[in-house]
Write a protein that binds this ligand. Structure first.
Ligand SMILES: Nc1ncnc2c1ncn2[C@@H]1O[C@H](COP(=O)(O)OP(=O)(O)OP(=O)(O)O)[C@@H](O)[C@H]1O
Length: 244
């Protein structure tokens, strides 16, 4: 049966009036947000502005937030964190397959590892991987679940600058192939504008700026037209280029 038109246009994520406080301190203050299916969105904000809190809420990891407002997210959600969270006592492929089942799971796991450039490393132990390789494995683990929504909390934050640039290319490639909705939490303005088609700034518990980045991909870090977006985002974050 053909899907109903309403389903096709329904946003992947929809938040209305979402609020979260810790010890009487409000971190999320009535967040309204819709992320259309298949959109690559980045979320910027100062340290402590509530980015991870928002991501955890969308991931369904924060039970306290339920009931504060409306929260709709897809069923198949994958989360990638700053550290790969691979289990050190399981080989790479077993980590990727963790929690999956079915006859085709192993084949899909191998395919996902090949997609992230880790073909041949299936039987390696996580301790034998570099930081970048471990994050690649974490991406493979998220892919194998064919998520409708990929939540990424500073996934490249612990990587060196060169590895990070390579990972940007990889993440965008994977997105283009699989087209999940993405919500990428980052504190890196350049990462946000090179990768995402929409960048949100979390400020004072609300979405202070909602910016569409209307530039073709692949984007160059030195594209002068990205400069305008960078300035607007930095201004929303209250920093000038000289004092980043
Ligand atoms: N479980 C918790 N208990 C108490 N306070 C919390 C808890 N989780 C988050 N907070 C507080 O909520 C605020 C927002 O935290 P959050 O981790 O969401 O910020 P963030 O924007 O992701 O920061 P960073 O960029 O530094 O990771 C912080 O002041 C933090 O101390």
């Amino acid at each position: 049966m053909a899907p109903h038109t309403e389903q096709l246009t329904r946003p992947a994520v929809s938040l209305r009036g979402l609020t979260r406080s810790f010890d009487g301190r409000t971190v999320l203050d009535g967040i309204d947000l819709e992320i259309p299916a298949g959109q690559f969105t980045a979320l910027l904000g100062h340290s402590g502005s509530g980015k991870s809190t928002l991501l955890r809420a969308v991931a369904g990891l924060d039970h306290e937030v339920t009931g504060s407002g409306e929260l709709h997210a897809p069923e198949r959600v994958s989360v990638v964190f700053q550290d790969s969270r691979l289990l050190p006592w399981r080989r790479v492929l077993d980590n990727v397959l963790l929690g999956t089942d079915g006859k085709e799971a192993a084949a899909k796991g191998r395919e996902a590892l090949a997609e992230v450039g880790l073909a041949g490393r299936e039987r390696s132990w996580p301790g034998e991987l570099s930081g970048g390789e471990a994050q690649r494995a974490a991406l493979a683990r998220s892919l194998v679940r064919e998520p409708e929504l990929l939540l990424a909390d500073e996934p490249f934050g612990a990587l060196d600058a060169l590895t990070r640039i390579r990972m940007h290319g990889l993440l965008r490639e994977l997105w283009e192939r699989h087209r999940p909705s993405v919500l990428l939490v980052t504190h890196d303005v350049n990462e946000a504008i090179v990768l995402a088609d929409r960048v949100l700034v979390l400020e004072g518990g609300r979405i202070g700026l909602d910016l569409t980045i209307d530039r073709p991909h692949p984007r160059s870090y030195s594209d002068p037209l990205l400069g305008e977006y960078r300035e607007r985002l930095l201004a929303a974050l209250g920093v000038t280029e000289d004092h980043q």
